[in-house]
Design a protein around this ligand. Structure first.
Ligand code: ST9
Ligand code: FAD
Length: 621
């Protein structure tokens, strides 16, 4: 039995019945796609996910890649290699590449629907297979030379890494000390040590191209302090002649150790030393321009969406595994007959507390899926306008606003629900290796950490995506949510119009607005002389706002789904479809009634925030 339980029915429902994605199929760069083809692609990838990808999820956790300190190489298990091969052979990566780089372009909404399946079934394989996708950045930002390298990365399926973190530069990327020295032939010698690098070394591909942030030295106008002084260098593991594709000697970049981690053990995370053993680590400056952090953020933005999607994919499978167990496991009597010691024992799905837990998981997983696919549908707008040589500014801003929510809120909610609810449903059996939950919980923890911790996502959301944006994207989103609430006004049955739930959403929207207003007040007062410390009040609430906004968006999207489902329930349905739509309505109502009211307390907490915790001496902690 596959560990991975997908929910393609919900994906198709969200994509087409709620978000109307047919709209973008058959249009512009996606003129060759229609709904049937899109569904066929998803169905094929779903099969791959549940079979060849899922097959090695557990075994590669138990026998992770091995580092040989003598040769400084990493060996990935043979079985895992098969999953990796199957993933590349599926061509799923091509959905994300432009046609001129060997891709078969598709709308981001379809890409992220597909990625959920791949990330949920075998996230490590997905990470190793990122090379052809990363080639896109070279293709977009690079010189002719870089573009040739990009083509090789795609044609020869080379791996790639994103290399930012150093021992003293994690969240604070701008503290990085790795340097790059210009050479007379136009290349650069990179010197320094990076740590925690995903796919740093392995034997899955003939070459690995490292995309490295380093600080150029002795170059006028470049290499200053902070992130703006960083440039992006392409440092291949093996030297390569980009004209012929021929590999040369070994470049001076070596993995010096692998981390022993809590989870995602199949994904090799290594320390990378550049130019430390006497051989220079030769690199090229991407695009021959010193614009490293901006170039790297093209990858980071993608990777933040990816990490959020990985998190919810795991939660969804965790929930469906828990549901299957709850339908089989017999334990205890029905609560209504508990006084009768001879009452028949029932499956645990009969117990109110198990139902509470299952519905919390279902609403969480389906709400987060809707958040990912809604964000991806905004990316459809961005990509479509770009393909016409235009920029849909409003869509760009809205996507920017939603990215920290997908990554930060998505990963936090997923990890907590996986641990407190999905694993819990199994009782002690959840804690042992017979079921995938113990691995899910270990593997999903990383999602709140890499690609910027939750704290970083909260700050990004408030300072960059709200304050710096002057609230435009947030205003646009609020108008959309308010529009949906108002669309239910007027005569008609309150039941079918979700009247009570609209009121709950209205209150939640106002509460989230209240949190924003309190924070804007604090950020404004911090501008006044002597009030600089008021910015701490903001810092105490950024994570709270991230979570509150996520709740509002998920609540809204679930309710939009419930509205569609209610309409379908009025039609003739086969029993499975009827049950599906009933479940959609139930999950949305559950979320509105049990999650959204909590935002009122969050607003009060935000409004009452003071500086006492900042005034407290460290010794008192
Ligand atoms: C990691 C990898 O953890 C883990 C998973 C491995 C995944 C590998 C495979 C992934 C698949 C990849 C496929 C690729 C496909 C690509 C397709 C794409 C075509 N948005 O605020 P400032 C920029 S890796 C955009 O002053 P500080 C911007 O240029 C490690 N840009 O920051 C800005 O200039 P301006 C991950 C942003 O105080 C400039 O930065 N590590 C954004 O200097 C400076 O901004 C982290 O994520 C943004 N949201 O530095 C580090 N924000 O303002 C987390 C900034 O003029 N730390 N820029 O526009 C942070 O993010 C910090 O906030 C900081 C602060 C470093 C940005
Ligand atoms: P720190 O930055 O030291 O943070 C410690 C704590 O302090 C966190 O809770 C953080 O939220 C908080 N904190 C820090 N600064 C602030 C602040 N200004 N305000 C509020 N709170 C703050 N990096 C790469 O470059 N490439 C990779 O491929 C890669 N893969 C990884 C794979 C794994 C398995 C792991 C564990 C890490 C990986 N990373 C990678 C590194 C990862 O991105 C960093 O670990 C992450 O950005 C956090 O940095 P740090 O670990 O140094 O924590």
């Amino acid at each position: 039995m596959s560990h991975y339980r997908s929910n393609l029915r919900d994906t198709v429902f969200t994509l087409f019945e709620v978000l109307g994605r047919e709209e973008v199929l058959g249009v512009g760069p996606w003129e060759d796609l229609d709904r049937d083809t899109a569904e066929a692609i998803l169905s094929e990838l779903d099969h791959l996910a549940r079979t060849k990808l899922a097959d090695t999820f557990a075994s590669s956790d138990r026998t992770p890649p091995v580092f040989d300190p003598e040769t400084r190489t990493v060996t990935v298990g043979e079985a895992f290699q098969k999953s990796y091969r199957a993933l590349l052979d599926s061509g799923a990566w091509a959905l994300e590449l432009p046609a001129d780089l060997g891709g078969q372009p598709s709308p981001p909404s379809l890409q992220w629907a597909a990625n959920e399946l791949l990330l949920g079934s075998n996230p490590a394989a997905y990470l190793y297979a990122a090379g052809p996708k990363m080639a896109q950045v070279l293709w977009r930002e690079g010189t002719e030379r870089d573009r040739k390298l990009a083509q090789l990365m795609v044609e020869r399926e080379w791996a790639a890494t994103m290399v930012l973190t150093e021992p003293d530069a994690g969240s604070d990327v701008g503290a990085g000390r790795t340097r790059a020295l210009p050479q007379p032939d136009g290349t650069w010698h990179v010197e320094g040590v990076k740590r925690f690098i995903t796919s740093a070394e392995h034997d899955l591909t003939e070459n690995i191209v490292h995309l490295v942030l380093a600080r150029p030295v002795g170059v006028e106008g470049a290499g200053g302090p902070g992130t703006k002084g960083l440039s992006l260098f392409l440092v291949p593991k093996w030297h390569v002649d980009v004209e012929t594709g021929e590999l040369g000697g070994r470049n001076g970049v070596w993995t010096t150790a692998l981390e022993h981690k809590m989870g995602i053990k199949a994904s090799a995370t290594g320390e990378l030393a550049f130019g430390t053993d006497g051989t220079p680590a030769v690199g090229w400056l991407l695009g021959d321009v010193h614009d490293g952090i901006k170039q790297m953020f093209h990858i980071i933005e993608y990777a933040r969406m990816m990490v959020g999607t990985k998190a919810i994919a795991t939660l969804s499978s965790g929930y469906l595994n828990a549901l299957a167990y709850a339908k089989e496991r017999v334990q205890g009597p029905d609560l209504a007959h508990a006084a009768d010691k001879t009452a028949p024992r029932v499956t645990i799905v009969h117990h109110p507390d198990v139902r509470r837990s299952l519905m919390t998981q279902k609403a969480g997983a389906e709400g987060l899926r809707a958040l990912v696919l809604f964000t991806a549908s905004v990316q459809d707008r961005v990509a479509l306008s770009r393909s016409q040589g235009e920029v849909d500014e409003a869509a760009v801003r809205l996507n920017d606003l939603l990215l920290p929510v997908v990554k930060g809120y998505g990963s936090e909610r997923s990890w907590v629900l996986l641990g407190t609810e999905s694993l819990q449903t199994f009782g002690g059996s959840g804690y042992v290796e017979d079921h995938p939950l113990e691995q899910y919980v270990r593997d999903a923890k990383i999602d709140t950490l890499y690609e910027g911790t939750t704290a970083i996502q909260g700050q990004d959301l408030f300072f960059r995506k709200i304050v710096r944006d002057r609230g435009r994207a947030l205003g646009d989103l609020s108008v959309q949510v308010q529009g949906w609430i108002d669309s239910g006004a007027g005569p008609g049955e309150s039941e079918s119009r979700l009247k009570e739930e609209r009121e709950l959403l209205q209150t939640a929207l106002q509460d989230a607005g209240g949190i924003v207003a309190a924070m804007i007040g604090d950020v404004t007062s911090a501008q006044a002389p002597g009030r600089e410390r008021d910015v701490y009040l903001v810092g105490l609430n950024t994570t709270r706002l991230l979570m509150a906004l996520g709740d509002v968006v998920c609540g809204w999207l679930l309710l939009r789904g419930a509205e569609v489902a209610l309409a379908r329930l009025g039609e003739e349905q086969d029993p499975a479809e009827h049950a599906f739509y009933e479940g959609k309505v139930a999950a949305a109502r559950w979320f509105a009634r049990t999650v959204l009211p909590r935002l009122t307390a969050e607003r009060v907490a935000a409004e009452q925030t003071d500086l006492s915790v900042m005034d407290l001496p460290e010794a008192a902690f």
